[in-house]
Design a protein around this ligand. Sequence first.
Ligand SMILES: *Cc1c(COP(=O)(O)O)cnc(C)c1O
Length: 407
Amino acid sequence: MITINEHYNKLQASYLFSDIAKRVTRYQDENPDQTIIKLGIGDVTKPLPSACIAAFHKAVEEMASAEGFRGYGPEQGYEFLREAIAEHDFRARGAEIANDEIFVSDGAKCDTGNFQELFSPATVIAIPDPVYPVYLDTNVMAGRTGTFSDGRYKGVVYLESTRENNFVPALPTQPVDLIYLCFPNNPTGSTISKEELKTWVDYARQNKALILFDAAYEAFIKDESLPKTIYEIEGAKEVAVEFRSFSKSGGFTGTRCAYTVVPKDCMAYKGDGTRQELHGLWNRRHCTKFDGVSYPVQRAAEALYSREGKQQSEQLVDYYMKNAELIRTAMSELGFSCVGGDNSPYIWIEGKMDSWKFFDLLLDEAGVVCTPGAGFGKCGEGYIRLSAFNSFENVSLAMERIKDSLA
Ligand SMILES: *Cc1c(COP(=O)(O)O)cnc(C)c1O
């Protein structure tokens, strides 16, 4: 008899995006002349930088000739890309990361979801609330949680991000082994200071824990005092793995390229307490289950590190950040308390009402779609997320409409 992995049945069906779609369709049917502006999405809208497109085309042409053709590449990524990443994203910032500590992949979603495979089923996980759902759901699938009741899985340590702690969770009061952190944060847009991040690194060192640090929004950091990588923090190499993606910084959501940093100093423990390098384990996992990102895509990603590529991705980020500033200013002027939008493309807005009520208000009164915070966890109740990923014209119009209807 073929029996299923019953842990899958503990997963909560996510009705978030289908519920949003239903409400939007109903509104459109009732208001056929109204154009709806979508500020709910977590996907970029602008095309790939021209430097990427040129490199992409060139690589495709190479594949058309016998001399230039490439079959399977190295699973971990071509040396040209690993070198560019390690040099520009880390060594240039004083973080000593070697080329072979970079693992190129087809997405930070897959990597943040897959990394937990390296750890024992008994691992105690600490998960932010609100959260990007991948961290939690992949641990549910792996059987590291109990059942779901009252908005929470049993056995999970939730790291609450609230107004009281400025959306940076406090250290757990009970022992945890695997800690997920994401800064700049999705969905709250909050950031973490070097001092705050150091307390997490120190905690992990003292408790033989590991931090999985999702830095997918690193490119949106404008404040020079904020850490761009966890490896700017002393001692982090022994206790932290970092995930990065070209999705938001280079417009690669549909092109697919990301990477994971696993320093060779980074350790976990065997049952008898002896240390084991995670680098070798992740290398084994990656090579067994993954066969590399396509050559043209890696060339396109490499182009983001050229002079033009850097300029163009900065322009891309600046474009969205102008939208973010507009949203934050407009919503603040209306008296809503906002976080994010200054070093991140998301603005987390307290509505002083139920998340879905706030959602309906913006849709019914202004034809603007947001994401209800409650969809990201218990602590998201009472909030909505607005995204800067849209055109400046649409964002401006959305803010005008919200002002006209709510002021
Ligand atoms: C968008 C996003 C990613 C990037 O995912 P990809 O699979 O690389 O597109 C990772 N983490 C968070 C929190 C995100 O919002």
